[in-house]
Design a protein around this ligand. Sequence first.
Ligand SMILES: [Zn+2]
Length: 506
Amino acid sequence: MGHTAAVEASVSEWDLVLRGGRVIDPESGLDAVRDVAIAAGRIAAVGTGLPPGPAEEDVSGQVVTAGFIDLHSHVNDVGGLRLQALDGVTTALELEAGVTPVAEAYRRAAEQDRPINYGFSASWALARMETVAGLPATASLSALMGRISDPAWQRTADPGQLAALLDRISADLADGALGIGVLLGYAPAARPEEYLSVADLAARAGVATFTHARDLAEMVPTTLADGAEEIVRAAGETGAHMHYCHINSTSHRHIDRVLELVGRAQAAGSRVTTEAYPYGSGMTGIGAAFLAPERLGERGLSPSSLTFAPTGERVASEARLRELRETDPGGLVIIDLLDESSPPDQALLMRSLTFPGSVVASDAMPLTWISPPADPLAWPLPPTAITHPRTAGTFCRALRLLTRDAPPGTGPAGLPQVLAKCSLEPARLLGDWVPAMRRKGRLQPGRDADVVVFDPETVTDQATYADSTRPSTGIRHVLVDGVFVVRDGGIVPDARPGRPVRAEPR
Ligand SMILES: [Zn+2]
C-alpha cells in the first residue's frame, strides 16, 4: 500500500473519501493536505494517497476540520438549526437557559428529528418557575421567555423552595443533563447563597454551571453581588466548574475588568471558562428585568436602543416599551450594547474572543415569525422569519474577523487557533463528564465524523441586523455522523442525522 495513514476501519467498510483537502486538527497539530475516509459515522482514516472509496469528494483548496460545537444555542426549530449548519455547526447545545424537565426536552428533540446534534442542561430558571412560583413544568424555552418578566419566579426562595429547586435540578442531572444553566441576571432578587448552593450541587455532580451573570456593580451599585465576582467566588468556594456565558454582552464596556478577574481566578486554579460572540448587540425577551424603562440608564441605554424584532420597530418611547413588555414579554428585542462601527468597541469585542481559552459560542436565537409559515420545514426560509444575525453568522464571522479582517490593533490569529475555539476547546470543556465530547472536536481516526469543509479565503457571515437570516457563505460541506447535512453549499433537506449528547451522571 502506498498510502500513509492512521487507519481505524478497513477499506471495504468506507462510505466516503474527502480527497486532498487541507486537514486541520488543532489537537494533534496536523495542518497539511490529506485525504479523509469516513465509515459508519466515524473518521476511518486520515492520510495521503488513500485508496478510493465508494464515494469520492474532491475538496482540494478547502479546509477540512472538525465541525463546530456551539455551547450556547437557544435554537429549537429546524429552520434555525439549518442556519447554524450553514455556519459550520454540527452540535448545538442549549446550556445557558437549559430546559427542565430535561428528559422531556430530549424526547421532543428526538421526535423533531434534528439536522445537527443536540443537548440540554438543567434549567435553574424553569426549575424556579416550578418550585418558587408554583407554575406547571413546561420543558420549553418559549414558556420560559413568556414568563420571563413574572416577578413570581424571580423572588427570593425560602428554605423549602430552595430544597425543592435543588431536587428538581438533581433529577435532571440524573437524566443526563449536561450541566446547570443559570439565568441569574434575570432574577436579581435570588440570593447569592442560593447561587452557591447550585454551584455546590454542580461540583458534587461533576458537571459545570453555565451562567448569565447578575448585573455588574458598575451598572447597578445596589446589586446583591457583583455579577463577575460572584461567578469567580463560586468556583473558588465550591470547586465547581463555572462557565461564564457571553462575556462580551453582560460585561458591556467592562470587558477588560471582567477578563482580568477571570484570568486571576484561573491562575489561582479555579475552573472558570468563558465564551463570546462577535456582535455588539444582544437579544432577549423584551420583558427581561434589566430592560424595565427605569433601569435602561444602568447600561447607558434608552428605549431607542431597542429594536423589537416581531415588528422591526425602534422602540419610540418609555410608554411604548411598557406596552410591549406588558403585551408580549417574550417578544425578542435587539439591544444595542457595543457600537460595531467604533474601533475601541470593536477592539473590546475582539479581546473577549481572543482571551485565552475563550470559546466561540453564538447565543443563537429561535426564529421569530412575522407571519407563521404554512410549512415549519420550509427551506429556503421564507422572508417572514427573523432572528439575531448571530444565529446564522457567529462562527463564520469569528473566522473572518479573527483571521482575515482583524480590526486594527488586534492582529490576525492563525486558522488552527481560531478553529480550536470553535471545536476542540468546547469539546474539551465538556469532555470530563460528557463521553460523546471525547469523540468530537477532533479530525482524527476513530472520532465522530462531524466534519466541516470550507473555503478559508471566502468563508464569511452574511446575516445583518436588517437581514438576519441570510446564511453564511463559504461553508462547502457539513457532515453530521458521516451524513451530508450541507452539500456544495446548500442544505440537504432530508438529512436529519442529529443525535442526542448526554452527560454520564456520577
Ligand atoms: Zn444570556
